[in-house]
Design a protein around this ligand. Structure first.
Ligand code: CAA
Length: 283
């Protein structure tokens, strides 16, 4: 099962990062989104990241040009007709993902692997929208993709060893570290990270400390690169709430109850860095 040609669906923060690391590793990449402007925005971010690598002397201008030339924008899912793997990084919505996977199943070659970068949705349920559940797998990259080393690889109920191995090998080629996990709500990363973030929000909600103090405790006391409230802003408060809801519903356990303050911020449109305001204000 050799992987050479990749299609990434979604040219947003995660999708463009995934396309970048794939192109840097030598894969031919189609970067698909619904509108030309979304693809161009994603390509712009990639070009900027690569330019920084040139400035820092980690890459030549020629290498940058070669990497960028490996990425072709795509506006049509039909372009999946000759790829070896599709990595879907579209919006976190089960209906949308199932519809994308159903169409990809009709378009992509029989041998193609269909991977999802979902942060918490069940891979098994996404796989059930296809006639090839054995070739459906989770490939959960961390944000910012070019910097973070981990790819959490999630086996759906039907995923075969052969498919798992091909994805693990590809992850190593991307200079990332694969970690194998099974398909349960939040997998491993978000089952542990999100309750910590949610608890930090409860700590603020109950007036135990200021947001700055909470972040400082976790940064200096636990050696985390960012405090949990700053990290929540960075991930997006809507995403944090969504993942807490997946955990709450998936396990039916009140320990995963999203903090009311998190709900309030999301209803106010204070979504974190991307909206200019979350727990902190961003210019
Ligand atoms: N894209 C590309 N490169 C980036 C970047 C981005 N968005 N953000 C930062 N970088 C690069 C910088 O350019 C810099 O590279 P150089 O050394 O070449 O200059 C390097 O990363 C370090 O950046 P900074 O010096 O600006 O800042 P920093 O040292 O604070 O690091 C950070 C930034 C890597 C984001 C760090 O703060 C960090 O690790 N934060 C935690 C990130 C984290 O926990 N991510 C997981 C989120 S959860 C998730 O993704 C899963 C989910 O499902 C929700």
């Amino acid at each position: 099962m050799e992987i050479n040609k990749v299609m990434v669906i979604g040219a947003g923060q995660m999708g463009s990062g995934i396309a970048q690391v794939c192109a840097q590793a030598g894969f031919a990449v189609k970067l698909n989104d619904m509108k030309e402007e979304f693809c161009q925005k994603g390509l712009g971010v990639i070009a900027k990241n690569l330019a920084r690598n040139v400035e820092k002397g980690r890459m030549t201008e020629e290498e940058k040009t070669t990497i960028l030339a490996r990425i072709t924008p795509s506006l049509d899912l039909q372009d999946a007709s000759n790829v070896d793997i599709v990595i879907e990084a579209a919006v976190e919505n089960m209906e949308i993902k199932r519809s994308i996977f159903g169409r990809l199943d009709e378009i992509a070659p029989q041998h193609a692997i269909l991977a999802s970068n979902t942060s918490s949705l069940p891979i098994t349920e996404i796989a059930a929208a296809t006639t090839r559940p054995e070739k459906v797998i989770g490939m959960h990259f961390m944000n910012p993709v070019p910097v973070m080393k981990l790819v959490e690889i999630i086996r759906g109920l039907a995923t075969t060893d052969e498919v798992y191995q091909a994805v693990e090998e590809m992850t190593v080629k991307l200079s990332k570290t694969p970690v194998e996990v099974n398909d349960f709500p939040g997998f491993v990363s978000n089952r542990i990270l999100m309750p910590m973030i949610n608890e930090a929000i409860y700590t603020l909600y109950e007036g135990v400390a200021t947001k700055e103090a909470i972040d400082e405790v976790m940064k200096l006391g636990m050696n985390h690169p960012m405090g949990p409230l700053q990290l929540a802003d960075f991930i997006g408060l809507d995403t944090c709430l969504y993942i807490m809801e997946v955990l709450h519903e998936g396990f039916g356990d009140s320990k995963y109850r999203p903090c009311p303050l998190l709900r309030k911020y999301v209803s106010a449109g204070w979504l974190g860095k991307k909206s200019g305001r979350g727990f902190y204000i961003y210019e």
